[in-house]
Design a protein around this ligand. Structure first.
Ligand SMILES: NC(=O)c1ccc[n+]([C@@H]2O[C@H](COP(=O)([O-])OP(=O)(O)OC[C@H]3O[C@@H](n4cnc5c(N)ncnc54)[C@H](O)[C@@H]3O)[C@@H](O)[C@H]2O)c1
Length: 315
């Protein structure tokens, strides 16, 4: 089996490419090393992969990728590349979100449309498509109402994929990830920042009243869902929630982090940020039915693994 992993140098893409190689796939990773966070971190993410004969890296922007050369013989494209981050999507930076989320996806879809055997595309969508969902836990039938420009671009790219599926038969599945955490998490994300601050004895910024909640997903569960979506017969043309299966408040998470690390937080309370949903919680019954997806890693176990990684990185 041959796969392309876009965004392969990022947090999720690097874990996914490693798992694919371990499962015997030939993997071409594509990444343009956007400057959203430092290149050295992404190079480090690729360290294990670079020594694998089954992995090769193509450094290019998806918008200008040579799809006619890259796609023939590929069965699945795991499309992880994006400009992530809700708070960074307002103002002038929206242009980056449009480029890396929407134009990049359109380029991939056009490429797939023109090969003889279009590969299956497993697209990394996001819980941010829901915004402040009216139903919790949220099923996929809930009308999407993003509260950030980032969420708008993730939803648009998902919809664009389904248009290419209906019009040209490009087989697209969208996995709506709920807040992903684990080793190599992006440095702008809350768990990364909190654990780093615990290591260094620094004060953390807590936005809002701390009662906001998220359904957190450990990275290995995201990888499992992608592997399942690559082959599941009923997954094409569907959007599927993927989460850890439990909704936890920010304050509960901070208490768990203190327990796992045996350290105490110094906190600075700041106002809630525009673009952040108040609560996210997934109904994962559809993914369970279609993919056989069941989250395997609970929050205490996942946080312990991430704390060990964070400590090692800080040393
Ligand atoms: N991390 C989460 O909690 C989370 C939650 C929901 C959805 N997602 C989605 O999962 C995917 C991966 O997220 P992540 O946290 O690993 O982000 P990341 O920033 O670590 O990885 C994304 C990678 O894509 C690359 N990239 C971006 N635009 C590109 C382009 N035009 N051409 C080639 N490469 C490009 C970047 O250089 C980066 O290495 C994204 O699509 C994101 O929207 C992530």
């Amino acid at each position: 089996m041959r796969a392309i992993v876009t965004g392969t140098a990022g947090f999720i893409g690097s874990h996914l490419a490693e798992a694919l190689v371990q499962h015997g796939w030939q993997v071409v990773g594509i990444d343009c090393f956007t400057p959203f966070y430092e290149r050295a971190r992404k190079v480090q993410n690729l360290r294990q992969l670079q020594s694998q004969a089954a992995f090769s890296l193509v450094e290019c922007d998806l918008v200008d990728a040579p799809w006619a050369d890259l796609l023939p013989g590929v069965q699945v494209v795991f499309h992880q590349a994006a400009q992530a981050g809700t708070r960074s999507s307002w103002g002038a930076q929206f242009a980056d979100h449009l480029h890396h989320n929407l134009l990049a996806t359109q380029s991939l879809l056009e490429g797939c449309r023109h090969v003889a055997q279009p590969p299956r595309i497993v697209y990394a969508s996001s819980s941010s498509v829901y915004g402040d969902a009216e139903t919790l836990p949220t099923p996929e039938t809930t009308p999407p109402r993003p509260v950030s420009p980032y969420g708008i671009t993730k939803l648009s790219a998902e919809q664009l994929g389904f248009v290419y599926h209906r019009s040209f038969g490009v087989p697209v599945t969208a996995l709506r990830y709920f807040t992903v955490y684990g080793p190599r998490q992006r440095p702008d994300m809350a768990f990364h920042r909190f654990l780093k601050a615990l290591s260094r004895g620094e004060t953390i910024d807590v936005y809002g009243d701390g009662a906001q909640s998220r359904d957190f997903t450990f990275i290995s569960d995201i990888v499992t869902a992608n592997l399942q979506a690559a082959v599941a017969p009923g997954a094409v043309g569907e959007a599927l929630n993927i989460s850890g299966g439990t909704q936890v408040s920010l304050y509960e998470v901070l208490a768990m982090m203190e327990e796992v690390s045996h350290r105490r937080f110094e906190r600075r309370q700041l106002p809630a940020q525009p673009g952040d949903a108040r609560h996210t919680g997934a109904d994962i019954s559809k993914a369970s039915r279609i993919l056989g997806y069941r989250p395997a890693v609970g929050l205490t176990e996942g946080l312990t693994t991430m704390w060990d990684w964070s400590e090692a990185w800080e040393r």
